[in-house]
Every structure is written in structure tokens, then in C-alpha cells.
Design a protein around this ligand. Structure first.
Ligand code: ATP
Ligand code: MG
Length: 585
């Protein structure tokens, strides 16, 4: 391509709403343009990169035996009602009506559609296992679209779905997909990790997320220093070693804490570490009765002051819940938030994080505005002791917190360290969740009707591009890994328009590069050298060939890799061999 026919849309200004490097660079390098919140147009340069991600994904899906299909984005509500997701998906599901007033949605994912296809097309175990995939546009009305194409409302996903007659077959395909994902992200040159992920409401299901490691990542990932354990913090288990309660040392006292509502304020004021504070949260648990009527129940949830509630873990335990309002708190504690402590009343349900079980000499709210207790011990007075022992008897101690750096790894090997990650892929053993609800079955080997097992496997194709930039950039712009670069080589002639000799040589080299299948961008604009180089650096072309009349006089060209600052001179006659060697590196 020539820049005269393939205009670069680079801009100097960093857009005001672009908080992270990849978003800024994708706009500045002219890869994307914003249409509205969470909606982006891919410009020609950006689309070349997107297509590369699609291309390697297709190749690996084919290698893994998956068959490509293309399903509609517009989906009838009836299918979503069959699985119950029409009610449960919430506001992220973009719903609309057709001219006949029928309900539809724009697909955020395609389990319902593929399961409908499978129940119509698959009849016998002989057709299994089978995996379908598509690369297609998804719609999610995200609550806070941000970071450009990283979290947008319309994006490209590769979604695959597999169907099986038994668990062993599902496991085999799952492993094949795990390998395919590993191949894709390795080929793309990304620093990534597969981590154990939350398997949602279906207990026992297996799931892994693939994360590109980057400080700006929205997810926290827990790694072990002593093994290959890696999990999303959402689902990383906190390992608590059973201990005996230490003997109390401090005398119990009620202390005035007039303005100290937060853990930080309290620990500073009382000069106690957060590990010595019992934090009390008030929540309302939703309870659905057999008629589908919902009522709510007030719960107290206790954590150590230095620990954060893991809402996913608590949801698994209690089902859906919300935080209690000031009025609800006042009703049960007779006090405002910030000064809450255990209400020693057996009729009020409680959940304790495992670590609170071994607290001694701790601080907690006095259930009275402006006061806390210190020197608290579970076994210090009969009422507290009864409350504590009741909680043990009721099995009220659970792992409900986020792991923190320094925790023991759940496999007992090493410690937890934390890093940030961008989720680019997710694989999941669905089991019969959708096939059961939609009655997708086959006739099995024994001639009986049987519900199929399913797996699903997603890659955020457009997010991969942003994640790659997040991991590969410098102050001058994008530094594309070889297989993602929109062009491999930038051909930059100096003062091309002034020299026929240079024009002839450049044309010849351009043709040779193209003939060798090397994707080359010839910059034939009438622009200053500095301008040309800064554009090529901004758009991240890995290899730059600089040609000038002066170079021709000496029979040399200059070469500069995107990753270095210095140019080197190379004999012109060696150009093709030199570049091919660089590309093979
Ligand atoms: P997230 O936790 O980031 O919202 P998710 O768990 O909702 O992701 P999946 O339903 O597993 O995502 O979708 C598969 C893949 O699609 C994700 O791994 C991610 O790479 C991508 N993806 C999900 N939501 C978005 C979005 N709003 N914009 C761009 N890509 C997305
Ligand atoms: Mg999401």
C-alpha cells in the first residue's frame, strides 16, 4: 500500500476521554474512531490488525476441528425465555421490538441460538462430538463502556460451542480449545496466562479465563510463587490454616471514636492494625419462595478489617443480595453504618469470613454512633462466647473474601502474588445448563433419548487488539508484535518527489517486497522526514527502510527497527535478504 492511496489518519491530540494507553494510541494512530459511547468504527489500518486476529483464530479453530457458522445478531425473545435469561440477563441485554410488536434482542452471546440449531440438526450420538464457531458482532449495553474497544457496546467475538454425549468427550474438546487458545495468544506474541475462573451459578463446572497481563487490566489475578496455580481473584480460594485461639491480652473497653467510620480512620485513630478489626457489613438477601415471590432477609456479614468482601463468593453462598440501606441498618443495629458490630441475637442470620474465627484482642463497632469496642475476644464473656459457638455450630464460617498478596496458595505451595489482567478469552464447561432447558438431545448408543453436554469458548477479537497495544507500546507509539502489525515494513524515501532516480529504485524495491509477500507501506507523501518517521513509529510498523539519494550514491539504505533508536546502514544489494532475515527473527 502507498500512503497516497491508503491515507494514515494519525492525530496529535490525545482524546480527553481516553484514560489508558491503548485507547489513546488507537485513536492517535488512526485505528478506530468513536461514533458514540462504546461504539467505534474500525478504520482501514485498524481493520488490518483486527483481521489478523480473526485469521489466526480461524486457523486454530479449524485445526481444533471446529466448524464455522454465522448466526444472526437479531434474536427472538422466545429462545431467551426458554432458558430464563430473558428475565435474568438484566439491562446489558439490548432489547427491541419488531414492527409486529414481537420481542427481540441483539445477541450478547449465542448459547440459545446455537442450542436451538443443535436440537434441530443433531439427532444421533454418531454426529457427536461437534463444535461450531463464528466470528460475529455482539451487543452488550455495558453500564460503563470504557477504554475504547476494550469494553464497548458492540464488539467482535469469536464464540464456539461444542456438543457431546458424555463428560469425557466434553473434557477432551475443552482441552483442545485450551490448547488452541494457548496457540493463538502465543502466536500473537502476547504475555498471557490461563487462570481458573468463576464458573458461575453451576457448581462444579470448569472454567478458565485467558488474561493478557497489563497494569491497566480490570481484573486482579492471583498467582502462586511456588506452583503454577493461577486464578482470577473473583474465584481464588483463600486458604486458612486451622489454629487455636490465642489467649486474650488486652482488657475489654468501650472507646469514643467520634468521627472514625472507615477502617482507615479507625486504625489510625486507635493505632491498631486493620488485621485486628472486625468489619461488619449489612446486606439484604433475596429469597424466592416456591411461587416465585421474592422476600428479603437482613444479614450481618463479618470480615477482618484488612479483607474485602468477594461478592461472587457470597452470591454462591446466599444467592443474590444487595447492601442494606441506612434505614434497614438502623432497624437492626439501632445505629448508623460505620459503628456496626455483632448483634448478639441468635435470630439475626450471620456469615463470617473464615479468618475472623481466629481474631483476638480485636476492635469492632459498639452499635452506638461514635463508639467502638476494643480488646474484644470471642471467648471473653458468656454472650459473645455463645454467639461465636452458635456460628460454629451453624457452619456460618465461610471463605467470602478476596485473596490478598502474601496469602498461602490454595494448593499449599508458595504464596499468592497479585497482578492485573485483561480478559481476552473464556472457556467454559456448560454441562447441560442450556441443553436441559431447551431440551436439546440425541438418541444415544443404547437407543435412548439423552440431553447433550455443552462447552462454550469465547475470544474478544476486538479486545485482543487493544490488549496487545496495552502490552506493547512506548512513548513514541505502538510497538506491534510481528504477527499483529498492519504492515511489516515501512518504506520511507526522503524527498522522493525531487529525484527520478530515487523514484525508480523505490518502485523496484516496493515491487520486490510485495512479490515476496511482505506487507509494505510505501510512504509517498510529500512530508518532512521527521513527520514521516514519527507517523511510522506511532502506527508501530516493526521494520523501517529509509532510502535517499545520498544513500543511493553510496549504494546503501538505512534500516531501523521500531524497537531501537539507531539506524544502521546496509548495502542496497542485500536489502531483500536482510529484511527477510529480520522478519524470520
Ligand atoms: P468481562 O468480565 O470483561 O465483562 P465477560 O466475562 O462478560 O467479560 P464473556 O461473556 O466470557 O465475557 O465473553 C467472551 C469474551 O468477550 C471476553 O473474554 C472478552 O474478551 C470479550 N468481551 C466481553 N465483553 C466485552 C465488551 N464489552 N467489549 C469488548 N469485548 C468484550
Ligand atoms: Mg461482561
Amino acid at each position: 500500500m502507498r500512503t497516497s492511496q491508503f491515507p494514515l489518519n494519525t492525530v496529535k491530540e490525545t482524546p480527553a476521554d481516553a484514560e489508558i494507553a491503548s485507547h489513546q494510541l488507537m485513536i492517535r494512530a488512526g485505528l478506530i474512531r468513536k461514533l458514540a459511547a462504546g461504539l467505534y468504527t474500525w478504520l482501514p489500518l485498524g481493520l488490518r490488525v483486527l483481521r489478523k486476529v480473526e485469521h489466526i483464530t480461524r486457523a486454530e479453530m479449524t485445526k481444533a476441528g471446529a466448524l464455522e457458522v454465522l448466526m444472526p445478531a437479531l434474536q427472538p425473545a422466545e429462545l431467551w425465555q426458554e432458558t430464563g435469561r430473558w428475565q435474568h440477563y438484566g439491562a446489558e441485554l439490548a432489547r427491541l421490538k419488531d414492527r409486529h410488536d414481537r420481542d427481540f434482542c441483539l445477541g450478547p452471546t449465542h448459547e440459545e441460538i446455537i442450542t436451538d440449531l443443535a436440537r434441530n440438526e443433531l439427532k444421533s450420538y454418531k454426529q457427536l462430538p461437534i463444535t461450531f464457531y463464528q466470528i460475529q458482532t455482539k451487543f452488550r449495553d455495558e453500564i460503563r463502556p470504557r477504554f475504547g474497544v476494550m469494553r464497548c457496546r458492540e464488539f467482535i467475538m469469536k464464540d464456539a460451542y461444542s456438543f457431546h454425549s458424555d463428560q469425557a468427550s466434553l473434557q477432551e474438546t475443552y482441552e483442545r480449545m485450551y490448547q488452541a487458545y494457548t496457540n493463538i495468544f502465543t502466536f500473537l506474541g502476547l504475555n498471557f496466562r490461563a487462570v481458573i475462573a468463576d464458573s458461575g451459578a453451576i457448581g462444579g463446572a470448569v472454567s478458565h479465563e485467558f488474561h493478557v497481563l497489563a497494569d491497566s487490566g480490570e481484573d486482579a489475578i492471583a498467582f502462586s510463587t511456588g506452583s503454577d496455580y493461577a486464578a482470577n481473584v473473583e474465584s481464588a480460594k483463600a486458604l486458612v490454616v486451622a489454629q487455636t485461639l490465642a489467649e486474650p491480652c488486652e482488657a475489654f473497653a468501650k472507646v469514643a471514636t467520634p468521627h472514625q467510620k472507615t477502617i482507615a480512620e479507625l486504625t489510625e485513630f486507635l493505632a491498631v492494625p486493620a488485621q485486628k478489626v472486625l468489619k461488619t457489613l449489612a446486606i439484604m438477601r433475596s429469597i424466592e419462595d416456591t411461587h416465585g415471590d421474592i422476600s428479603e432477609q437482613f444479614y450481618n456479614v463479618f470480615l477482618r478489617g484488612d479483607h474485602d468482601l468477594n461478592e461472587i463468593k457470597l452470591t454462591k453462598l446466599l444467592g443474590s443480595f444487595r447492601f442494606a440501606t441506612e434505614t434497614e441498618i438502623a432497624q437492626h443495629h439501632g445505629c448508623v453504618a460505620g459503628f456496626l458490630g455483632p448483634v448478639l441475637d441468635a435470630s439475626l442470620p450471620v456469615i463470617f469470613d473464615l479468618d475472623t474465627r481466629y481474631l483476638t484482642d480485636f476492635v469492632c463497632g459498639a452499635n452506638e454512633e461514635g463508639f467502638h469496642f476494643r480488646g474484644c475476644n470471642w471467648l471473653s464473656d458468656p454472650k459473645t462466647m455463645a454467639f461465636y459457638q452458635q456460628a460454629i455450630a451453624d457452619h456460618a464460617f465461610h471463605d467470602i473474601r478476596n485473596v490478598v498478596a502474601g496469602d498461602l496458595s490454595p494448593d499449599g505451595l508458595g504464596e499468592i502474588t497479585l497482578a492485573r489482567g485483561i480478559e481476552v478469552g473464556h472457556i467454559f464447561q456448560l454441562g447441560t445448563k442450556y441443553s436441559e432447558a431447551m431440551k436439546a438431545g440425541i438418541i444415544n448408543e443404547t437407543g435412548k433419548h439423552q440431553i447433550m453436554l455443552m462447552g462454550c469458548y469465547g475470544i474478544g477479537i476486538s479486545r485482543v487488539v487493544a490488549a496487545a497495544i496495552e502490552q506493547n507500546h512506548d512513548a513514541r507509539g505502538i510497538v506491534w508484535p510481528t504477527h499483529l502489525a498492519p504492515f511489516q515494513v515501512a518504506l520511507c524515501p526522503m524527498n522522493l518527489h525531487k529525484s527520478h532516480r530515487l523514484q525508480a529504485t523505490v518502485e523496484q524495491i516496493y515491487e520486490q517486497l510485495n512479490a515476496a509477500g511482505i506487507e509494505t507501506l510505501l510512504d509517498d507523501r510529500k512530508v518532512r522526514a521527521g513527520f514521516m518517521f514519527s507517523d511510522m513509529e506511532l502506527i508501530g510498523i516493526p521494520h523501517c527502510i529509509i532510502l535517499s539519494d545520498k544513500g543511493l550514491d553510496a549504494n546503501v539504505f538505512e534500516y531501523k527497527a521500531r524497537t531501537t533508536k539507531e539506524n544502521i546502514e546496509v548495502p542496497l544489494a542485500e536489502l531483500m535478504c536482510f529484511i527477510q532475515a529480520k522478519l524470520a527473527d
